[in-house]
Ligand binder design. Structure first.
Ligand code: GSH
Length: 241
């Protein structure tokens, strides 16, 4: 049995973290049985979520989890793609995870109003006094990470320009295909869906969301992925209707 450790549903999304959402989507794509656990952060092998416990084998990081699932269960999330298509899928995945993610993180955690509506509200379930200091400590850590990555060293408008450029690239590449690589979902879709849905989340007031909303095909894509993998997520379906 597989246990997926994540943060849990938040902001109308299946999980606050796009990497957890990506991993859950991969598990759904693979048709594997799994359960979720939101109590694993303190034991996370790399200090981040997600990680999984697969019958006692613990694997951290969404990409290593993907590779583990492919190897152990004989799955190929990129089935039907040739080497060149796989290379393109990998490059787009890196764009989303190592570039778009940081622009979204900046908008959620650094912007005062978004932080209040999103991450701080999320921590309100904690008892006092943790409710007060956990969001502050988490915010300080996340800010340091965003600066360390380099994205946080830019001005807000520069960050939006970079993020919007990547969203334009994703929209142009998707064009009128149902899924990123063609007629059927592949591994890249788990990542692209998680990031684009996170950016379209209306709880956050951000220029990056406006940039995503300009692309009708990205909205329809999120609607398609939601219908296929998260039919119970009615709130998410409403944003993109
Ligand atoms: N490369 C990792 C990234 C995971 C990641 O960044 N997780 C974030 C949530 S989106 C996290 O756990 N952050 C908590 C922290 O850094 O304190 C993956 O693909 O799983």
């Amino acid at each position: 049995m597989i246990t997926l450790y994540g943060f849990g549903p938040a902001f109308g999304l299946p999980d606050m973290s796009p990497f957890v959402m990506k991993t859950e989507t991969l598990l759904k794509m693979a048709g594997l049985d799994y359960s979720t656990d939101t109590g694993g952060f303190n034991k996370a092998p790399k200090g981040k979520l997600p990680y999984i416990d697969d019958d006692g084998e613990v694997i951290a990081d969404s990409t290593f989890i993907r590779w583990h699932l492919e190897k152990k269960y004989g799955i190929d999330f990129d089935k039907g793609l040739d080497a060149q298509q796989r290379a393109v899928a990998w490059a787009f995945e890196r764009m989303f995870e190592d570039h778009v993610y940081w622009a979204m993180l900046h908008a959620r955690w650094v912007d005062e109003e978004n932080f209040r509506r999103g991450p701080r509200a999320y921590f309100q379930v904690l008892p006092m006094p943790m409710r007060l200091f956990v969001p502050r400590v988490a915010r300080r850590r996340l800010r340091a990470q965003i600066t360390g990555h380099g994205m946080g060293r830019h001005t807000e408008s520069e960050i939006v320009a970079l993020g919007a450029r990547s969203l334009d690239a994703a929209a142009d590449f998707l064009a009128n295909k149902p899924f990123m690589m063609g007629d059927e979902p592949t591994g890249l879709d788990a990542t692209a869906f998680a990031l684009i849905a996170g950016i379209l989340c209306p709880i956050f007031e951000m220029p990056l969301r406006t940039a995503a909303e300009r692309h009708g095909n990205l909205k329809r894509y999120v609607a398609r992925m939601t219908e296929r993998f998260y039919p119970e997520q009615t709130e998410m379906a409403r944003w993109v209707a």
